[in-house]
Design a binder for this molecule. Structure first.
Ligand SMILES: *Cc1c(COP(=O)(O)O)cnc(C)c1O
Length: 398
């Protein structure tokens, strides 16, 4: 007899695109840090929808905001003014360097908007020959044709040629190579404050200050992709706040609305002016439902002590991971910031992720051997301890 899960998995393979190598889990419901499958098995969720569910699953304030908004107005065009969108933009700007927010539906779209903004600003300044954007190797900026070009990982670009023109790649964290890459055609530098998909890479101290100086010297826009690092994930509301600098443009998505799809490009007024009426748009961007969830989620992150918890739990988890490293020689390095942590192994991480799933723990593995831990920011020490017990039991068998 097939389990209910097995039946769904078989059906899913028939008509749903095979763009993901999915694990055999059929998701049914979630609460806090726990996900339950359709057969009733519970999983401790340290992936959080890939750093989306920063408030855990079905946070009551997000659920309430969605229910209230859904009963009033679900969608209307951006031809009209949308109160929840206005309030969310105000809140993002109050708590960041930003003056204006363009709303869209995903991280890739937010980065597309930032790339268009940089080129348009340059062109408005009379420099249409300045269009090149420097990004980092091992970066990740999305899967559209332009953002996959911005992404400095050949494996994600393979087979999609011709790629967009106008991108150049440098190693992340190496200021001299960045300096050398700047040419008369450069208009912007686009970086993640901490690289996520590329394997959790934290920049060396002083790197972003030097990048900011280079941008100022050469008149380049500094675009920070905070799609993964933003909304409290690293222990500050935005990760640039660790660096004592401010970007010109920042992109947000994943955790911004506590689950529903949303994206945002935040910029200073000086640059935002380049995208005037008719230059860019999105049918769904900042729609009432997503914006209401965004407002509820962001307010809770800011007001409910979530970021302090992230910092405390991040330290707790990091130290525990360091202890595992001392115990198991195949752990090469532990790194990250806040609750965006990676454990680099000298062995393949794929089987560990599969065994963890069997034992009721959701984690993932990037670039083959970096286990990634991005739990909800509301995680408790007891949940971290349960996670560690499972991980330790798996490591002990290797
Ligand atoms: C996930 C991610 C993206 C892409 O976001 P989508 O919503 O999948 O388009 C872009 N940049 C970074 C840093 C990300 O982590």
């Amino acid at each position: 007899m097939m389990s209910v899960s097995e039946a769904w998995i078989e059906r899913g393979l028939t008509h749903v695109a095979h763009t993901y190598g999915r694990y055999p889990l059929v998701a049914a419901k979630g609460e806090g840090c726990w996900l339950t499958d359709i057969d009733g098995k519970k999983y401790l969720d340290f992936l959080a929808g890939v750093a989306v569910n920063n408030l855990g699953h079905c946070h009551p304030k997000v659920v309430k905001a969605l229910q209230d908004q859904a009963a009033k107005l679900i969608h209307c065009s951006n031809f009209y003014h949308i109160p929840a969108q206005i309030e969310l933009a105000e809140k993002i700007c109050q708590h960041s360097f930003g003056d204006r927010v363009f709303f869209c539906n995903s991280g890739a779209e937010a980065n597309e908007a930032a790339i268009k903004l940089a080129r348009k600003y340059s062109s408005d300044c009379g420099h249409s020959d300045r269009f090149e954007i420097i990004t980092a190797k091992a970066s990740f900026h999305g899967r559209t044709l332009t953002t996959v070009t911005a992404t400095g990982q050949e494996k994600m670009q393979a087979g999609f040629a011709p790629l967009m023109g106008g991108f150049r790649y440098v190693p992340f964290g190496a200021i001299d190579q960045l300096k050398t890459a700047i040419s008369p055609a450069t208009c912007a530098i686009m970086l993640e404050p901490v690289q996520g998909e590329g394997g959790i890479h934290v920049p060396p101290p002083g790197y972003f200050q030097a990048v900011r100086e280079l941008c100022d010297q050469h008149g380049l826009l500094l675009i920070l992709d905070e799609v993964q690092t933003g909304i409290g994930r690293t222990g500050r509301l935005f990760a640039y706040q660790h660096e004592e600098i401010e970007p010109d443009v920042m992109t947000l998505a994943k955790g911004l609305a506590g689950g529903p799809p949303i994206g945002a490009m935040v910029s200073r007024e000086k640059f935002a002016a380049a995208l005037g009426p008719g230059t860019h748009g999105s049918t769904f961007g900042g729609n009432p439902l997503a914006a209401a969830a965004g407002l509820a989620a962001l307010t809770s992150i800011i007001e409910d002590g979530v970021i302090d918890n992230c910092t405390a739990m991040g330290r707790y988890l990091y130290s525990a991971m360091e202890r595992l490293k001392a115990k198991y020689p195949f752990i090469v390095e532990v790194r990250g910031r806040g609750l965006m942590l990676g454990m680099e192994l000298s062995i393949d991480g794929g089987d560990i992720v599969k065994t963890a799933l069997d034992r009721g723990l959701l984690i993932n593995c990037t670039v083959g051997k970096v286990l990634r831990f991005v739990p909800p920011l509301i995680v408790t020490t007891s949940e971290i301890d349960q996670m560690l017990d499972i991980l330790d039991s798996i490591f002990a068998e290797i």
